[in-house]
Every structure is written in C-alpha cells, then in structure tokens.
Design a protein. Structure first.
Length: 602
C-alpha cells in the first residue's frame, strides 16, 4: 500500500488520474466510493455558495503505517494487464485477484509490471484497458488463429527491428497469432478491429453497448489521460462594507426586461442610458448584462472572476488602516509603503508606476476538484461523483497555508497606458489566438491589463526565488485584472503548503521597503534582455497555440504549478517595451540603465 500526500489526492492524483508508484499503476475511484465518515469538512461558505454545493470535504487521511483496514481513498489497478519482466508472459489481474502485495508471475514468480498503453474515450471521458487478446488475433493467418480466444499472451521484443513500437509484439502462445504495436496509437486503430468503448471507468462495471465514442490509445503517463478541473480560492473575511453587486441591480431595474427582450431594438439605447443614469453604472456594463441575458452561473470563468473580485476587495481593506494587521487568523494582512525614501531617479520613476503593497502574513488557500476530462479539453467533463443522486452534493477539497505579497499598479497610469494603440494591437493578437484555441475558454480575456500583470507576476517570481527562501516551484500567482465590477490592477505572489512550512515569513519580509522596490527593478532589468533575444523579443508567437509573444524559458516562463494560466498569454514587450510598443515600465528601466551607466568605472 502506498500513501500520497493529502494535497495530491485532489491534483495531480485525484479522481480519474493515474498514479505510478513502486512499479505499479493505479487510478483513483470517484468520491461515491470514499469513506465519507472519515472525511473532514472544510468550511468556506463563500466558495460553497459560488460552486453550488452543500459541503467541501478533505479526503480521508491515513497514518504513516496503514493496514488493509485503514480507511482511505480507493485506487483501482489500471491498466489491469501486466507482463512479467523475466518470462514476458502477460496476465490480467482481476479485482478478486488482489492480495495487497505487488503481483508476481504465476509461471516463474518474476516481478509483474503494467503495460504501457491505455484506452480513453475522446468525448465522454471513459477509460479501459487495451484489448490485447483482440489485438493479438486481429491479423490472423488461418482459420485456427481467427477462432482462437486464448488469454495466454507474450509481450516480446522482435530482434532486428527499429527502436519504435513496431519492434514490440503481442503473441498468443496457443495459436502463435501475433501483431506488433506499430499501428496501435494511430487514429481509428481500435475501431478498425471492431473494438467498442466500455462505457465506464475502470472501477465501474463495463457496458459495451452504451457508448459509441471515438477511442484513442495513449501512454498511461501522458498528461491528457486525465485533465483535472479545479477551482482555487483564498479564505477571506466577510467584507466590513457590503460590496455592491451592480449586475444584480441592473437585472432588477424596472426597465431591464424591456431591454433584455430586444437588446438591439430601436429603443435599446434609450433603455441602456436610462438604467445607466438611474444606477450610476457604465453604459458598457448595462449593454454587456443585457447581451448576456441571464447570470453566468455555471461558467467557470465567471465563477473564478467572482472569487477574485471578492479577494481584491478583501485586500483593499488593509489600505484603510496603514501599517496595522487586519483580517482573521487565516487571512492576516497589512499595507506597507513601496518605498520609504526615494534615493534615485529610477526608484522615483518606479514608485510613480506602482500603486500599493499589501503583505499577506497568513493566508489559507482552498483547492476544489470538480471533475476531469480525458484526451481533449473540449471533451465532456466527468463528475467526481459518479454514484447515485438524491443525496446532498459535496466536493473534495484540500487547504494549504502560506504567505504572500500583493503588488498593485497605479490605476490612472495603467488605464491611460492600456488605451495606446500599439498596446491594444499586441493584446488583440493574443486575444484572437485565445479565442481560437481549444483551451482558450479556460482563461479570462487577454486584455492589456491582464497580460502585463500576468507577465509581471512571472518575472517577479523568478527574481524572488533568489532571496525569499522558497524554491521557484513553491511560489504561485493570482492575477487581479478584471474591470467589470471594479478597477482591479494587482498581482499576488504567494506560497502555500499543507502545514506551517508556507508561513516562514521570508516572502513577507521581501515585500517590505526597500527590498521589494530593489527586487522589482532587478526583475525588470533582467526581463529587458533575454538570452534568446532578439528572437524572443521579436517573436510573433511562442508556446501552445502561439499564445505567447515575447516570453520563453529564458526570461518569463515558470513552473507549471506556479502559473494559473499554464504559462500562456505572456508578453515581455508589454512590460519593457520596444521600438514600436511603449512598455508599461519602460521609463523605469531606462532610468535604471541611465543610472547604471553614470556610475564611475574603476
């Protein structure tokens, strides 16, 4: 038996994910098979309401030396087909064959290891073993091989062949029928031999008549075997001043139904202006709400933007009492000056571009798993609970504790900068690619504000890793860039761990003056020149779907676990500028370079 860390039971080894450990391959079953009495509730009323669930529960934990009677998360062996490393015989381990020990070969007692390939449904997210018996007999040489259904197989390497899959062969010991794996991973390989989807997950009873989705063969360690759907939020206190819900007020206006019924009709503009004046909201907001018609409930981006807006308002409360710690034990924050005393032109220029600094001495992060997809992000999402309905709905979640630094930009300077034509042109290019990408719907609109804050978070994390005491992979970001309900313009760099390790104080200390200003200047100067320049700076598309411009591993990319957008929608030029585009921090970088050039040379 193997224990994973508690946080890993949500992601990356949550429901439906493959866990490779000690030579064995397992898959986590859905939460209907969890011992719910052994789970502990994680209280977060705000997150529960946003997600529309009754409870959030932490997966059951087990002691350091568990027994077979210890409750825990159920993992099913997958794939169930294994082969012996000594005699190369293949054997399928059924559920009733499990003993709790690593399986051994029945013929030679040699160690058994799982087969490398699995089958997933490309539309409904089902998964099953490769039908190796069917595959071995799919190209028969005679009638005897065609009729043979023997389960005794060998997994062999054919000598004299290349290193590719065509050198691997599955052979029947009874009739000597065989077939290599050269065509196994090609599109439609299984449909050509009349293999149908199991219509289920590996821990469920198969029903081969219920599903006709397209099947794809993947290596069991491929990242698209399981694509988890999660939501992350910070635990924040209830706001002292209720936040105004402008969209709700617009929908409740007495003229809204008239506008919604004909948002492009002859009287639409009159109603829009009337509602805007009555409620003191922007015309653009009224027009957008009318076009949407109904609430964005169920939209992952809308849910996430709502959570971020609540957090933004919570951080802003620290500005009301400068220097004092406010909040609750799991969200303790204070504001601090960016620079105590300006000592040079570079710091003065930088201070004019930065807004406020908020230190998060203690934060609690909650990560919730909704479900997963297989093969493609456009496939249907498989819910984490596949059990019978009729009981109160809950979702698995884990909590982590940490600290962080929120850096905001000068709202007036940022608003003026993001209206420049050269800036909007670069952002429009990335936004078009986001809209055309299969995974683009997972991300918010690529506005100039979002791109510059996102890229700023990346270069800041890369620089902080040298001084804050945490590794680069331990730092994470949260970008606050929405302009729908409030003028958000900040990026939170934080760390979170399952225990007190994330609250050692090193990151908060780096947020104090004058350290943060020096760190930010160093990060911007490093970003001004990449070792891949001029190729990186002049690039018209990098990364998945060309959804990055001037951003590569040498200058802006970070660990995948640190970025909330998968290292996409980044552009260093919007930070530092070039001959055609005025970067937001271009003046500060120029001042720093001029000051450095003026220093005496020994």
């Amino acid at each position: 038996m193997r224990i994973t860390r508690l946080s890993q039971t949500v992601t990356p080894f949550g429901v439906g994910a493959v866990l490779d450990v000690l030579g064995e391959s397992l898959m986590a079953a859905d939460i209907s098979r969890w011992p719910i009495d052994e789970t502990r509730r994680i209280v977060s009323r705000r997150l529960e309401e946003r997600l529309g669930v009754a409870e959030l529960r932490r997966p059951p934990s087990v002691p350091s030396y568990p027994s077979k009677h210890t409750p825990g998360v159920l993992y099913e062996r997958f794939p169930s087909w294994l082969f012996c490393q000594d005699c190369r015989r293949m054997h399928r381990v059924r559920h009733h064959d499990e003993t709790g020990e690593p399986p051994r070969c029945k013929h030679c007692q040699g160690p058994m290891v799982p087969m490398r390939f699995v089958v997933v449904g490309a539309e409904r997210g089902h998964a099953m073993d490769v039908p190796w018996v069917h595959w071995a007999h799919s190209e028969p040489d005679d009638e005897a091989q065609k009729r043979c259904k023997a389960q005794d197989l060998l997994f062999l390497t054919r000598p004299g062949r290349s290193e590719g899959l065509s050198s691997l062969v599955v052979r029947c010991t009874a009739c000597t029928a065989e077939r290599d794996l050269g065509d196994l991973t090609t599109r439609g390989a299984l449909s050509r031999i009349n293999v149908r989807c199991s219509g289920s997950q590996p821990w469920q009873r198969p029903d081969f008549t219920s599903c006709d989705e397209r099947l794809e063969v993947l290596q069991r360690g491929a990242t698209n075997v399981t694509l988890s759907e999660t939501t992350t939020a910070l635990d924040i206190p209830e706001p002292s001043i209720p936040v105004r819900d402008e969209e709700a007020e617009i929908r409740q206006h007495r003229n809204f139904e008239d506008l919604r019924s004909a948002p492009t009709g002859p009287y639409a503009e009159m109603f829009i202006k009337l509602i805007s004046e009555n409620l003191n909201v922007s015309v653009e907001l009224v027009r957008r709400v009318a076009s949407a018609g109904t609430s964005d409930v169920g939209n992952p981006n809308a849910e996430r933007e709502g959570l971020l807006t609540d957090e933004w308002h919570a951080f802003r409360q620290a500005l009301e009492t400068p220097g004092e710690k406010v909040g609750i034990p799991t969200f303790l924050i204070s504001s601090t000056p960016f620079i105590d005393a300006v000592t040079n032109t570079a710091e003065q220029t930088l201070a004019s571009l930065v807004g406020h600094v908020v230190l998060a001495h203690k934060i609690r992060e909650i990560r919730v798993l909704h479900g997963f997809r297989r093969y493609d992000l456009q496939a249907d999402m498989v819910d984490v609970d596949l059990g019978p309905r009729g009981r109160s709905r809950w979702l698995p979640a884990v909590e982590s504790f940490g600290e962080g630094v929120l850096l905001t930009l000068n709202e007036e300077r940022l608003a003026a900068w993001e209206q420049l034509e050269a800036v909007t042109d670069r952002a429009r290019l990335l936004e078009g690619r986001r809209r055309g990408s299969p995974i683009g719907s997972r991300f918010a609109v690529a506005s100039p504000r979002m791109i510059v804050l996102h890229t700023l978070g990346h270069v800041l994390m890369r620089q902080l890793a040298f001084s804050c005491g945490y590794s680069a992979a331990s730092l994470r970001e949260r970008v606050y860039a929405s302009t729908d309900k409030s003028a958000e313009c900040g990026v939170l760099v934080y760390t979170a761990a399952g225990d007190a390790e994330g609250t050692l104080g090193g990151l908060v200390r780096q947020g104090e003056a004058p350290r943060l200003a020096r760190t930010l200047l160093a990060a911007l100067e490093n970003a001004a020149w990449c070792s891949s320049d001029p190729l990186c700076r002049e690039s018209r598309g990098q990364g998945l779907g060309s959804m990055n411009l001037a951003a590569c591993h040498s200058c802006a990319l970070v660990a995948e676990t640190s970025c909330e957008r998968g290292n996409l929608l980044l552009d260093r030029v919007l930070l530092i500028g070039d001959s055609a585009t005025p970067g937001y921090f271009r003046e500060a970088i120029a001042a720093a370079q001029s000051a450095a050039a003026a220093l005496p040379v020994d």
